[in-house]
Write a protein that binds this ligand. Structure first.
Ligand code: TPP
Ligand code: MG
Length: 300
């Protein structure tokens, strides 16, 4: 399902964006662009958002570099170096400098591009990395990625059991590199997202953002419910909103009374086998216990 997505012309993202209706990744990118403004250059690894760069119909007002899935952070290094040289030569004024923004899906961030990201973090590259995490290889039909959650059904799952593995903790892996800034966000909590991007924009060095991106096409729900599903991800505790700074992890929103995870799962076709033809209380219990265990370790 592909539809034309009309934006209200935010700073660096204009009209004519083409993604699936109700794309949660697109929501997060629009909100991010509103805060970042026009002085950006995007370095994008192959994925759904590569469809945004079909010149001359791109909705982006700034520059865009397309890379292979594994190498967006390496591409960002080249762009940053080129900008630094131009600035040193006086060919661009300091106030015309650009933010280098890596934009990738979870397939790149959690898997193919992880090594390139690790290297960029080691080199303290001055860049912002936005991963829109739709928990699968969305552009090619929602195959399993390292971000796919336990028990979710994907195009590469055999039978009706869903994924046997678990979602990789990319936040912890990136935090272990001690970046300048790291945060999780979701478009359904736009003030939290905007505040974090604003903070990242003011800093220099590696700044990384993971945006959970509800995907109507890949997860199986009506596009009108993207914001609702995103809110449920936070309100059930499945997607913790947090940030890492100076060695500390701080939760920016602690749900006062967490909803049962089932309320999030049962709205999505990828988890339908947990409810029909009969309820799978064992797996539902495991999923709830995993979330409870996480929050038991969080001090308000
Ligand atoms: C090395 C490599 N393998 C496979 C592909 C085909 N491919 C293009 S986009 C894509 C999915 C990428 O998934 P993700 O990074 O999660 O982004 P999404 O499609 O979900 O936006 C794949 C597998 C590719 N471009 N390069
Ligand atoms: Mg993806």
């Amino acid at each position: 399902m592909v539809t034309k997505y009309h934006s209200a012309s935010p700073a660096s993202l204009g009209r004519g964006t083409v993604t699936c209706a109700g794309c949660g990744g697109m929501q997060a990118i629009r909100q991010t662009c509103r805060v970042l403004g026009e002085k950006t250059v995007f370095v994008n690894a192959a994925g759904c958002m590569s469809l945004l760069a079909v010149y001359p119909f791109t909705p982006f007002h700034g520059s865009w570099l397309y890379t292979a899935m594994a190498s967006a952070p390496a591409g960002a290094q080249g762009v940053r170096d080129a900008l630094d040289i131009l600035r040193d030569k006086g060919e661009i004024a300091p106030d015309n400098d650009l933010q280098v923004v890596v934009l990738t899906g979870d397939g790149s961030a959690y898997g193919m591009g992880l090594s390139a990201t690790s290297g960029a973090l080691d080199r303290q590259l001055d860049f912002l990395y936005l991963c829109y995490d739709n928990e699968g290889y969305g552009n090619t039909g929602q195959q399993t990625s390292a971000a796919t959650p336990h028990a979710a059904h994907t195009a590469t799952c055999r039978g009706l059991e869903g994924l046997a593995g678990v979602k990789k903790d990319l936040f912890a892996i990136w935090a272990a590199h001690d970046p300048v800034y790291l945060a999780t966000v979701i478009a359904s909590y736009p003030n939290d997202l905007a505040r974090k991007i604003e903070k990242a924009k003011q800093l220099r060095g590696p700044r990384l953002i993971i945006a959970l991106a509800p995907c109507p096409t890949g997860w199986g729900f009506d596009p009108r419910y993207t914001t609702t599903i995103g809110k449920l991800a936070v309100d059930t505790g499945i997607w913790p909103l947090k940030e890492y700074r100076d060695g500390q992890v701080v939760h920016t929103h602690i749900p006062a009374q967490r909803l049962p995870v089932e309320q999030y799962l049962k709205r999505q076709q990828r988890f339908a086998h947990l409810f029909e033809p009969q309820r799978n209380d064992v797996v539902l219990g495991e999923l709830q216990a995993e979330v409870d265990h996480y929050w038991d370790g969080v001090t308000p």
